[in-house]
Design a protein around this ligand. Structure first.
Ligand SMILES: CC(C)(COP(=O)(O)OP(=O)(O)OC[C@H]1O[C@@H](n2cnc3c(N)ncnc32)[C@H](O)[C@@H]1OP(=O)(O)O)[C@@H](O)C(=O)NCCC(=O)NCCS
Length: 403
C-alpha cells in the first residue's frame, strides 16, 4: 500500500498532534496545544496520510544554536511519530528520507534532535553530540569554599527579566538555542497536570543594577516520611553569567528549609557544581545522551564551525543515507574558521556520518568513536590531531531544554 506524504497546514496540526499522543502513549489536555503549536511552522512539518488519516509525522524547528564558532542555523527535528497501527512498515524511514532531502535542497547543513530512544536515529546518520548529567544532591551538602548567597529575588518567572541573561549565556554555551517569545512561553509553560504534585514554577534571580546575572527556575515537591520532611527541590534550569552567581544560586537551592534533596535534570557533564561540593560523590549523577546531530551537508557544516587547534586532515566519509556526503574531503581548519573541499588525496581518517555528528559540538571525541570501532585512522597521528581540533576548550555542550 502506498501512502501520501505532504507538508502540513495549520489545519492539520490537531490531527497530527493526536497521532503523536497515540504514538507516545500519552495525552495532553487541550490547553497545551497553543503553546506547542505556536512553535510550529507547518511548512517545515510533514504528514503521511492513509486516506484522510495521518499515520506518520515529523518536522523541524528553524533553530539558531550555539556551535563552536558561534550561532548557526540548525534544523531542530521533532514531532516524530508513527501510528501504532502502521509501525515497522518503513514510514519513519521514508519520512526521514524526505526530510533529509528537503533540508539538503534548502541548504540547511545541520540537524539536531532529542531521541526518545537512541537506537532509532543512528541508522539515519545521527551521532550522540552532547551528553548531560541529571543530578540528585542531598540538601545542605557542603561546599569546599565559603559562598555567600547574598541578595536574591524570588518571583514568578518573567521571561522579560530572564531573557537578557539567558541570551548572554546561551551565546557562549554550546548546544543552547536562541529563544524568542514563543520559546519562552514553551519554557515557562507550567500547567498543574505536568507538575506531579510539585509547586508552580518559581524563579530565583541574582542580579544588580546592571540586570540579572543569573537565575534558577525551580519547583518544590512536599513529602513527609514518618513525620520527617522528605521534600525535593526540582531545578528546571540554572543559568549563570559568572562563577560567583552559579555558586550563589546552587547554595540557595541546597539550603532551602525542609528539603531533603535537590534534583536537576539537565546539567553539563563538567558543571562547576561538581567542583564546588566538598563531597562530589554525594551528587548522584546519571549520564544521558542529550542532543543527537546529523551533518546534512558535510563540507558546509564542517566549514561553518571553528576548531580548537589548527588541523589539516583528509576525511573519507561513509554516508549511505546522504550519498552526496560520501567521499574524501580535505578539512583545513583552526580557531579562526575552516574550509572543507572535495579532494582525491589519500585519506587520513575514515569516518561515518554519525561520527561527524557525534564530534560536531565537541561533546564526543573522535578518539572515543575510534575506540568503539567507528572511526578508522589511516595516517598515523591523524586521529589524535583531528580529535583535539574537534574538541572544545570550554564547558561541554548540552541543551537545557527538550524540543
Ligand atoms: C520510532 C518510530 C517513529 C519508528 O517508526 P516506524 O515507521 O516503525 O520505523 P520504520 O518502520 O521506518 O523502521 C526503520 C528501522 O528502524 C527500526 N526501529 C524503528 N523504531 C525503533 C526503535 N524504537 N528502536 C530500535 N529500532 C527501531 C526498525 O526495526 C527498522 O529496522 P530495519 O530497517 O532493520 O527493519 C515509531 O515506532 C514511533 O512512533 N514510536 C513512538 C514515538 C517515538 O518514540 N518517536 C520518536 C521521537 S524522538
Amino acid at each position: 500500500m502506498t501512502f501520501d506524504t505532504r507538508t502540513l497546514t495549520t489545519d492539520d496540526l490537531e490531527g497530527v498532534w493526536q497521532l503523536l499522543e497515540r504514538a507516545f502513549g500519552g495525552s495532553n489536555p487541550p490547553e497545551d496545544r497553543p503553546v506547542e503549536f505556536a512553535l510550529v511552522d507547518p511548512k517545515r512539518f510533514y504528514g503521511t496520510y492513509d486516506g484522510d488519516i495521518p499515520v506518520a509525522t515529523g518536522g523541524s524547528f528553524a533553530l539558531t544554536m550555539t556551535v563552536p564558532g558561534g550561532l548557526r542555523p540548525v534544523a531542530g527535528v521533532t514531532w516524530i511519530g508513527v501510528a501504532p497501527t502502521h509501525r515497522r512498515r518503513g514510514l519513519l524511514t521514508s519520512l526521514k528520507r524526505r526530510m533529509l532531502d528537503d533540508l539538503h535542497t534548502a541548504g540547511e547543513p545541520l540537524a539536531a534532535l532529542w531521541a526518545s530512544e537512541g537506537a532509532i536515529y543512528q541508522r539515519f546518520g545521527y551521532g550522540p553530540a552532547a551528553w548531560n548529567v541529571s543530578l540528585s544532591i542531598p540538601s545542605g551538602a557542603a561546599f569546599n569554599r565559603p559562598v555567600d548567597v547574598g541578595d536574591l529575588q524570588l518571583t514568578e518567572p518573567d521571561a522579560k527579566a530572564l531573557a537578557p541573561v539567558y541570551d548572554q549565556v546561551a551565546a557562549r554555551s554550546l548546544g543552547w538555542s536562541a529563544r524568542d517569545e514563543t520559546w519562552w512561553d514553551y519554557r515557562l509553560h507550567d500547567p498543574a497536570h505536568n507538575r506531579s504534585g510539585a509547586s508552580p514554577l518559581l524563579s530565583v534571580v541574582a542580579g544588580g543594577p546592571a540586570g540579572a546575572s543569573g537565575y534558577a527556575l525551580y519547583s518544590t515537591k512536599q513529602q513527609w516520611e514518618g513525620g520527617t520532611s522528605a521534600s525535593t527541590v526540582i531545578v528546571r534550569e540554572l543559568v549563570a553569567a559568572d562563577p560567583a552567581t552559579h555558586a550563589r544560586l546552587w547554595r540557595y537551592l541546597l539550603d532551602l528549609d525542609l528539603m531533603k534533596t535537590v534534583t536537576a535534570y539537565f546539567a553539563g557533564v563538567d558543571d562547576a557544581i561538581l567542583h564546588l561540593l566538598a563531597e562530589p560523590r554525594s551528587a548522584q549523577a546519571k549520564l544521558k545522551d542529550n542532543l543527537w546531530v546529523r551533518l546534512v551537508d558535510v563540507p558546509a557544516a564542517l566549514g561553518q564551525r571553528s576548531y580548537a587547534t589548527e588541523v589539516d586532515v583528509v576525511l573519507d566519509v561513509v554516508d549511505e543515507v546522504c550519498p552526496w556526503n560520501a567521499g574524501r574531503w580535505r578539512l583545513s581548519a583552526g580557531p579562526d574558521g575552516a574550509t572543507c573541499t572535495g579532494t582525491t588525496d589519500a585519506a587520513d581518517l575514515r569516518v561515518n556520518a554519525g561520527d561527524l555528528g557525534a564530534a560536531f559540538l565537541g561533546g564526543s571525541s573522535l578518539v572515543a568513536r575510534a575506540a568503539a570501532g567507528h572511526v578508522v585512522e589511516q595516517r598515523a597521528g591523524a586521529l589524535a590531531a583531528a580529535s583535539i581540533a574537534f574538541g572544545w576548550p570550554g564547558p561541554a555542550p548540552y541543551a537545557p531544554l527538550v524540543f
